[in-house]
Each structure stands twice: as structure tokens, then as C-alpha cells.
Design a protein around this ligand. Sequence first.
Ligand code: SF4
Length: 690
Amino acid sequence: PSLPSPGPRVVRTTCPYCAVQCNFDVHVENGLAVKLMPTKECPVARGTVCKKGLAALNDLRHPERLTDPLLRKNGQLVPVSWAEALAYVRDALTPLLDSNPAAVGVYGSGSLTNEKTYLLGKFARLALKTPNIDYNGRYCMASASAALNRTVGYDRGLGFPLGEMAGSDLILLVGANIAETLPPIMQYLKAAKDRGGAVYSIDPRATVTAKVAGHHLAVRPGSDGVLALGLIHLMKRWGKIRPTAPAHGLAEVLAQATAYPSQRVAAECGIPESELLLLAKRYAEATKPLILTGRGAEQHAHGTDTVQAWLNLSYLTGHFGKPGGGYGTLTGQGNGQGGREHGQKNDQLPGARSLRDPRHRAEMAALWGCAPDDLPQPGLSAQNLLNACGQDGGIEALIVLGSNPVVSAAGAGQITENLKALKHLIVIDFLPSETAKLATLVLPGGMWCEEEGTTTNLEGRVQRRRKAITAPGAAREDWRILCDLAAAVGRPQGFEYASFRELQDEFFRATRGGKADYSGLSAERLDRASVQWPVRHADGPDTPHAYAPTYPTADGWATLHVPELPAPAPARQLTLTTGRLGHHYQSGTQTRRNTALLSKNGADHGVQVHPETARDYGLRVGEEVILRTAHGQVTLPLTLNPGLRPDTVFLPFHWPGAANLLTDPHTLDPHSQMPAFKATAVTLLPAHAA
Ligand code: SF4
């Protein structure tokens, strides 16, 4: 694209703060973004917007914005030229790459554009030749992705346009607080209710979403999957099993459900049996029930199996894949869908190909001009990559692009020590995150409206992100930085793009033949309209409905798996669940600095408990309390939340030194590699008693 012109302009682009990807018009004057307006033409938000989006201009010229490379000298990060920064990269990485490339790790983000996702994977595998690349999407919707992939062969979070949700007569939101995390979707939920549909929130917290939904089942943290098994049991008893299509595993899944009668399920979920039976009756009678999971159901060490249980229910009752019904996951991160498709996962090649598949390796090697055997095999997944940092025989140098694991990783205390023990920590970011502050080198990157690219929203809709302004100072667009790094380590081949457009066109080509096929796309086509993948031909249609009853599996059939769910928590156990607040994004690097979002900060970072729990433990509002788990301890002020289960403690994860000091860095979901963010046994006591 040409450089932005200096005169007043209006540039349409996408919001970076969640997977709805609302469209904005950014008004530019004198090279600065001065105003932001939502647009009614946005196919999903339809002119609505949330407070994070409205405040999205504020951080662009924040006083702490990184504008020069920073190199650690005598313990301090000091500004240096790009030439000195890249000389450091050369001297730091070249000896490692020559002797043991696996000692160099790469850690990406679900907030990157599709093109950056693609380039980061190519950079790791072609330039660095390391197997050890993964990204923070492992902490997002990875469990839903794993369940969909193993069941129907691919994963497009929502298989239909969001607007069809309004036609559902029963919506089950399982661990999904959309009123705070994906607010524009509430219009479809309300439309479904206006047409007589029922909406259930299944969540240990009575969230804003639960209040709007009107029906709330306050299940124990981690018991969502058991609830689904109970519903399958009742559907079977009531003669409601009529699978979407023939599938492997039907008999085994139905046999398992016989062990989950409603009495057992109600006891394990901590809900009245009458409420379970009422929900089951509504589900049995619904013609177009829609099950949507969010992080509450997915962020467990048994997250894949929890999602599997709900997916099985949808499939067994014949609703999976139906327009506006069936099953879907509500992807969260800014480009959570595209970010999980194009090669920054440890086992993945672009277009949602597998690094384990010889044909896929050959296809990508042909495009990249290398031999298939030159491509590394799958390496460490995100948490294991961070666990290996600074360890003997592990990762010695880590490159982080747009992520802040010091706040967001499980067991963040240990991860912080690991990052400090690295020989080299190179962080590409636009604000000094807690991770950047530990770096040996920080490279200043571009923010959302300072870059071109594409992003893919939670319904697989590919949209253009357009550059409105230029990054300040010596900051560079991230794609250029990755090409600079490849050149710095003496491996520029494949990274000498004359323009962003050249990179973008290569990216579209790279997806050809993959499950997430974007090869029919061009910037010009996306200027006419957004499209839902796969899009295989330049003049061919897109795919609003992804899940046809013939799937991209070996024989075209789905495979239902028998979920393995843990035993229920002991009755008197207090369980910590972590989560988001409506006005913050991820590790808070941006939103904790955004003045328009700061008003509640002081009150919001505390420990939330039910008033009964506070009374039982002799605690008062505002007093400092200690939360202790097997993995760490924090001291924070207490707030009351009458919408919480009395056996549940809630702590938001947007702050350093808080929620993720308490989570387990070692117990991961075997299928998705997800840590258990949503259910950790915890002890609560007043700070003065310690
Ligand atoms: Fe829209 Fe999400 Fe941005 Fe809010 S954060 S404006 S809902 S894309």
C-alpha cells in the first residue's frame, strides 16, 4: 500500500481488542488519529461498539510508547539505533543457531494479523530452523479448537454468520460472559429472546450476561462437561437421539452417558436437579438449540473433553452444523481465529495444515524453496516452551512478539524467573509490558491502525486491517522487524519482500489446499466485502456455513470421543476461578494504561467472594486477604460479589503479581496443552492472620 497521505482522511479498519473485530472509521489529521467512529456497515457489530473499542485511540501516542530499540546495558534498557540492535541479534543468536537451533524459542500471539502469524511461523522454521514456536492462543480457545479438530477435522469457531443466532430458540452459553467480553453479540441474543427463544448462562458467576439471559445455572467450576453428559443421558432416555450424520464413536458416547443420571449430575454440578430437568426439557423441545462455549468451559486441564461433551450433545441430537444452531466456540483474542490457523502453533503449517503430514510439509517446502526435511518437526507447546526457558538443555534465547507471558502464563512467578534466566530475551512490542521490562533487547513495533493486513473474526470472517497512521519515532511495522531479524542472522532468503503486498499475496497462496483456505482472496476482493473462509477461487463464493455433514476427515465421517472428566471437587473445597473484566484486554499492557478505562482499576483487581463466604471466613470488604494455592500466594483486597457461588473465589487476570501466580504451570490438557486457569483449589485467609 502507498504511504498515508498527509491531508485529513478517513480510514476504515478493524478494532484490535476482541474477536468480534468491529469495523471503525479512523479520522486522521496531520498524521494523527483524532477520532474513531463505529460504522453501521460492520457486518457483525452493525454500528455498536464497546468501551474498549471507543478508547482504542488513546494508547497510540501514550507517553510510554516504545519509539526506539532498547538494549540492556549495565542492567538498564537504553535506547540504541536499529543497527546496534540488529548487531546484538546477530551476535546473540548466530552461535546458537549454528550449534543448537532448538535452543532458540519463538512465542507469538493471537492478536497478530494473519500475515504476521504466517511470517512468524515461516521465520521460526525457515530462518531459525527451530521447532520451538508456539503462541498465547494455547491460553485462549485451544481446547475448543482441539475438540472440533478431532471430531470433524477442522475448526472454524462459529460455523455460520452470527446474525443467524437470532433465529435460535434456545441458546446455552457455557462459561461465556459475552455482555462483557464480546458486547455486540448481545444484540443477537436479545433478538433471539424477543422472538420467544430462551437463553441460559451456565457459569459459577451470575455475570451481566446471566442477568440478561434470564436463566442461570451456577455450576461448580470445572463441572460443565458433567452437565452435558447428564443432558445426553436424558436425551437418550427420552428418545431424542438422532445424530446429525453417521459418525464413529456414537455407541461408546451413549454408553458412557448411562452412568450420568440427573441425580448424580445435579450433585456433581452443585445445582438443583429440578433445574437440570427443566433445561433438559427445553433442549429436547427446541428446534434450533445453539450451544456456545467460552473460556469458562475451555480453560481446564480437561477443557477439550468438556467441549467434547457439549459437541457430542449437539451432534447426537442432530443439531450440529445447522444454520444458526448446533455448537460453536466464542473465540476471544483480537485475531484468535486467524492466529490459530496459519503456522505459529508448534505443530502447524499455514492454512491449518499439519506439520506432521508429509504432503503438507512438501507443499510448504515447495513454496518456501527448501526440502521438506529441512522443516523442523513439532516442538514445545506454549506453556512447556516457557517452562523450558533458562533450564539446562532447554531454551537459551526467546523471541516474543506481542505477548506478555509474565502476566498471562500459568505459574507466572516461575515463568518470570525462567525468563530472567535466559541468555537472550528479545521482545517486539509497542508498550513496555512486564515481559519487555525483563528483556535484553526490546524492538518497537506497530499498533493496530499503523499496519496493513487481514484478520479473521470468530465466525471465520476475513476482514482488511488498513493502515491509517505511521508508527512513531523509529518504531517499525512488525513484519519488517521479522524480515530484519532474518537478515541479521544471515538468513534473508525468503524474507526480502519488496512490499507488504508481496508478503500478503504469498500468504494467501500459502493457504491454498489447506482447510483454512484463503487462496481466493486479495486486498481488492476484501475491499468489496468481508468473506468467510474457505475461499478457494478468486471469482468463487465464500463459505458462510462451514460444517456440512461431510467433513475433511479420512472417510468424511465425524468421530465422537468419549470425554474423560475428573472426579468432582470435595464438597467443602474453595475453588479459584480466574477471568476477564469488561474494560480490560488480556494481560492489560494496553488497557491498564488507557486513561478512559482506568476509573475502576483500583477496585477491580481484588479478590471476589460471595458475602456468605466473607462472613464464614470472618473477612471484611477492603481488607487484605491471602489466597494460597499449591503454586503460589498473593495478597489482595477483598470485594464482595453476591453473584458468585459461595464455594468459588474469582480473581481477574489482567494484573501482574496476581491471578497467575496461583495457577499450575505443569498440569496441561493432553489434547490442547491448556493449563487449568478456571479451577484451582485455594485457601483463603485474612492477611493479618499470616
Ligand atoms: Fe468491538 Fe470487541 Fe473492539 Fe469492543 S473490543 S469494539 S466488541 S471488537
